[in-house]
Write a protein that binds this ligand. Sequence first.
Ligand code: MN
Ligand code: MN
Length: 297
Amino acid sequence: MFLRIDRLQIELPKPSQPDPNAAAAVQELLGGRFGEMSTLMNYTYQSFNFRGRDKLRPYYDLIANIATEELGHIELVAATVNLMLTGATKAAPPDAAPLGVGANARNTHHFIVTAQTALVGNSMGQAWSGDYVFNSGNLVLDLLHNFFLECGARLHKIRVYEMTSNPVAREMIGYLLVRGGVHATAYAKALETLTGVEMTKLLPIPKIENAKFPEARKYEERGVHRNLYRFSLEDYKEISKIWRGPSPTGDGDLQVVDGPPPGGVVPTLPPVPEEFAPEFDPGTIFEIARKLQQAAS
Ligand code: MN
Ligand code: MN
């Protein structure tokens, strides 16, 4: 089962202006084939369906624990899309066509379907699909797939980084490049223990260091690339059997951190009356909620 913490894994900057078309590109990192929905659901179902868990505990713990981190990554990318869409339209009566901007935006679903928030889909508007989940049941093959998935995800993150200089998008991408590097390394090390093949020598794919990206370098300077967070109160402790030894970056030892990163606040999204979200005149339901809170205290 899962516990939930009402924090993002990092603090995101406040955007200075809306950026709906860049938000549409960022959707690829959420609901694309190599997006966070895919890493989340691949590792989650691999952990649900894992055979021989009692005998293969370090590998089970690794996949299950990384799956939990990925749940926080979909949250972080969704928050990024939401911040980039904030302020895209202005409140006005319906006959003033207040959503006119949406007609010329790359992703009209952001304006028609979700009230200017994240979609479970890619940068071309296609819905995320369970067909993106690979779970053969063969441990080496599933780990090899996960290594490939993290590398594909890295390539797409870098390409989206190259498409936009939006500071919110780049902060998120910088952090997730570092975390994806941890995951690729973790799966590589797991494969090394099982097969003897020196997988970590393949990294990074593509051949460009995370330190080339200022927003990623900042997190590496804090050692985030050497940390594997243990997202559980008492469980998944055997990740330390795999996540150990010198960092492939040659700047210290890998370490398991017991608990989540300090993180940042989940941004409060303002009402968008022209989308009827949460209402055309939200004052009434705000008042109901206020009375509810008063009555409870
Ligand atoms: Mn991720
Ligand atoms: Mn990952």
